[in-house]
Design a binder for this molecule. Structure first.
Ligand code: PMP
Length: 330
């Protein structure tokens, strides 16, 4: 009989797919690592498994304990699935810009969700970082994975995503491009690829315009799951060779093209990462292999990115270069 013990053992080993249409005119091969094939539908399942297992080993998480985490949704789904299978409770704290679809998914897996305002400073008592800290103090047996500072976040990518990409490309990968949120994906995967290639693989981060990684102040942007208004310790700036800033409009237009032209119904941070990857690929030759990581599925964004009215309200359906910057009017 061939079966898995539980959904946990299906995490990782996601496929690599060549982009054939949005890459027209480019000489380099551009491959997408499609992370929505993970059981929870995103790359974050990888860190959920590693962070929970490490906390069990260290004793930080005890039988019957509760996992409390500020998360934009995807990390919550991964944690909710692993926690449920192992018998832990979950309470998640989300900013209010996260789609209701994503919040309903967390509740479907049995987690409790607390929604907080996006438009306050991280220091504000109602910020989603502070609310989660308060819940950790108040709930007995609570453990906060803190994906922003947990070394097992980048470590999970160093141990799984990096080796998978090296093996899947037969060591031919020359460039790795990923969006930067906590920085775990790019830091862990990038570090592995640099080490195994003797420093040959170039690591490029894609970041929403206005976020700190590309020199901004944390100005609001609409793409979810990436960009920050502070520097998390999960992010290792030494690993990244370059950061490309991408506008919301370019991110969302590319996200829609990926669905229409490549059969890839993926989230907005995927469109953003692909815009970055195509910029990187522009000057490259036939022997170059650019891998771009696509963190999640588009199903959580149907009422936003894949809704013409929502896109038109922000001027995102217009030709590039004609709309005002979104951050200015929010
Ligand atoms: N895209 C989405 C949709 C995400 O949820 C995340 C995680 N915050 C990322 C990209 C960025 O990944 P990382 O946190 O590893 O930098």
């Amino acid at each position: 009989m061939r079966f898995h013990d539980s959904m946990i053992s299906l995490v990782g080993n996601t496929p690599l797919v060549r982009l054939n249409s949005v890459t027209k005119g480019l000489k380099a091969t551009v491959l997408a690592k499609v992370e929505y094939f993970n059981p929870g539908g995103s790359v974050k399942d990888r860190i959920a498994v590693r962070m929970i297992e490490a906390a069990e080993q260290s004793g930080a998480l005890q039988p019957g304990g509760t996992i409390v985490e500020p998360t934009s949704g995807n990390t919550g789904v991964g944690l909710a699935i692993v926690a449920q299978q192992k018998g832990y409770k979950c309470v998640f704290v989300c900013p209010d810009k996260v789609s209701t679809d994503k919040i309903n998914v967390l509740r479907a897996y049995g987690a409790e969700v607390v929604v907080c305002p996006t438009a306050v400073d991280p220091e504000h008592p109602d910020s989603y970082y502070n609310v989660s800290d308060r819940l950790v103090r108040e709930i007995p047996g609570a453990w906060k994975p803190d994906q922003y500072s947990n070394p097992n976040n980048p470590r999970s990518h160093y141990e799984t995503t990096g080796p998978e990409l090296w093996e899947q490309t037969d060591g031919k990968i020359t460039h790795f491009v990923a969006g930067v949120g906590t920085g775990g994906t790019i830091s862990g995967t990038g570090r592995y690829l640099k080490e195994i290639s003797g420093g040959k693989v170039r690591v490029v981060g894609a970041d929403p315009e206005g976020s700190v990684y590309s020199g901004g102040s944390g100005r609001p942007y609409l793409v979810e799951g990436v960009g920050e208004d502070f520097w998390p310790s999960a992010y290792d700036a030494k690993v990244t060779d370059e950061i490309v800033a991408v506008s919301d409009k370019d991110s969302f237009q590319m996200t829609r093209r990926l669905a229409k032209e490549e059969g890839l119904l993926v989230g907005g941070s995927c469109g953003m990462a692909v815009v970055g990857a195509l910029k990187v690929a522009e000057g490259l030759g036939e022997d170059d292999v650019v891998v771009v990581l696509l963190p999640d599925s588009g199903k959580g964004y149907l009422s936003k990115i894949f809704n013409d009215e929502w896109m038109a309200d922000y001027g995102f359906l217009e030709e590039a270069g004609t709309s005002a910057a979104v951050g200015d009017v929010l």
